[in-house]
Design a protein around this ligand. Structure first.
Ligand code: UDP
Length: 474
């Protein structure tokens, strides 16, 4: 046979930071296992990608992003994190469809054996078919949220309830999971561009060669089995992909350039007791109104725990939303650190001083919390984050809710007050309950490390994926 012929894998991540980062981690897993790996992206996303690639042996090929005349987007908008209004996000999604021709042109030149494309490129399944190669979907999620989504899509339990807030059980799914309409990733409007996109995403996933999950078997065995055996889908679990970042340098260089000097950050953390710091971050996109920022500040102060809080707001703005005297009472006393912009999240979470995480429950963040072995306060915003929050609180039981029940921005959402924030932070940081959650989290973190090591479940699943691809390529 031709077993030794080199496989060439194309990665095509969606241009949003929360998608690019795990895709590059995954590409690094491939490269570290000796697979010839190429990442395709657009010019303005290249710096972020090459930072995250670091020394790994991965090639980057760029294709041009469509022009402002073609898309109606402002000049230089090639990453959805810069397209904030809902209209602009829709324009952005439409613009990415225009990447199809240049991508196919590149495929013709480079003749990859497989393309691992983001879920938000449903057309990539057809592109791959044109060249007779498998398209694999990478959505950066685990099995649990994917299974919830699939069951909701298939059985439509939401159609049987009238109130947006009435909980209903997700049919067929193990574990009696309840959600409400206000927690579904689909908007209630059927004609919505985004709802249509999700339909296409689902169809292309079913037609694809399979899905790579950012998870490990031991984290969610029931749902990994359900996905494969009950839903009958082909999947490989190759995660947690964040564990490919091993030393401080790799962790600090993951994603954008940090808005804080990493040494200053580590020095601050070194000065704190083990498991005493709570890290607060809501992903790469979420911004809050001033009223909410103020409540968070008060809640963190009242918790009495030292904190690192990442605030995504223009760095030129003053911190005038901070409560009066906060600067003097808290910040200048070294009790808290505010990072305004991009934080080196994995580097921070992995520091022994960090003992808890207040998270919006993006799957990447949730899994990074698991790998760091910390209990979490769950504060979901949108997309499948409510599912991820349930996973942390109800399934693996290393999280506590802060009390939000509905999508942000859908029907307006009142700020979460200081008191529930204070209470939730205390509950995950100190006392018996915190101790129990931390022990469970540490156990999962150990399992995660074993999963990606030689002989571990994710390591082995990688081998079977490569075997499949090799036998298909010949
Ligand atoms: N992230 C980071 N620094 C930040 C914000 C986010 O390093 O200041 C990383 C985080 O570690 C994670 C990703 O960006 O890997 C965010 O993905 P997630 O799924 O948690 O949320 P999203 O940003 O997609 O909502």
């Amino acid at each position: 046979g031709n077993e030794n012929r080199e496989l060439h894998v194309f990665f095509f991540p969606f241009p949003a930071n929360g998608h690019i980062i795990p895709s590059i981690d995954l590409a690094r897993v491939f490269a570290s296992r000796g697979i010839r790996t190429t990442v395709v992206t657009t010019p303005l996303n290249e710096p972020l990608i090459s930072r995250t690639i670091g020394k790994a042996n991965i090639k980057i090929r760029t294709i041009k992003f469509p022009s402002p005349e073609q898309t109606g987007l402002p000049e230089g908008c090639e990453n959805s994190d810069s397209a904030l209004s809902p209209d602009m996000i829709m324009a952005f999604l439409k613009a990415t469809v225009l990447l199809r021709d240049p991508l196919e042109h590149l495929m013709e030149q480079e003749k990859p054996d497989c393309i691992i494309a983001d879920m938000f490129f449903p057309w990539a399944t057809d592109s791959a078919a044109k060249f007779g190669i498998p398209r694999i979907v990478f959505h950066g999620m685990g099995f649990f949220p994917t299974c919830v989504s699939a069951c909701v899509r298939q059985y439509k339990p939401q159609d049987k309830v009238s109130s947006y807030f009435e909980p209903f059980v997700v049919p067929k799914l193990p574990g009696e999971i309840t959600v409400s309409k206000m927690q579904l990733p689909q908007t209630p409007k059927d004609d919505d561009v985004f709802t249509k996109l999700l339909d296409e995403v689902n169809a292309s996933e079913l037609n694809s060669y399979g899905v790579i999950a950012n998870s490990f078997y031991e984290l969610e065995p029931v749902y990994a089995d359900f996905y494969r055996n009950e839903l009958g889908r082909r999947a490989w679990h190759l995660g947690p992909v964040c564990l490919c970042n091993r030393d401080t340098e790799e962790k600090a260089n993951r994603g954008r350039e940090a808005a804080i000097d990493e040494h200053e950050c580590l020095k601050w953390l070194d000065s704190k007791e083990p498991n005493s710091v709570v890290y607060v971050c809501f992903g790469s996109m979420t911004t809050f109104p001033d009223a909410q920022l103020k409540e968070i500040a008060l809640g963190l102060e009242a918790s009495g725990q030292p904190f690192i809080w990442v605030v995504k707001k223009g760095s030129s703005e003053k911190l005038e939303w901070l409560p009066e005297g906060f600067e003097e009472r808290v910040l200048s006393q070294g009790k808290g650190l505010i990072i305004r912009g991009w934080a080196p999240q994995v580097m921070i979470l992995d520091h022994e001083a960090v003992g808890g995480f207040v998270t919006h429950c993006g799957w990447n963040s949730a899994l990074e919390g698991v790998c760091a072995g910390v209990p979490m306060v769950t504060w979901p915003m949108y997309a499948e984050q409510f599912y991820n929050a349930k996973f942390l609180t109800d399934i693996v039981k290393i999280g506590l809710g802060v009390g939000v029940q509905t999508w942000i921005g859908m029907m307006g959402r009142d700020p979460v007050k200081k008191e529930p924030i204070e209470k939730a932070v205390k509950r995950i940081m100190v006392g018996e309950e915190a101790e129990e959650m931390r022990n469970r989290a540490k156990e999962l973190a150990q399992m995660a490390k074993r999963a990606v090591e030689e002989g571990g479940s994710s390591y082995n699943d990688f081998n079977s994926l490569i075997e499949d691809l090799r036998s298909r390529a010949h």
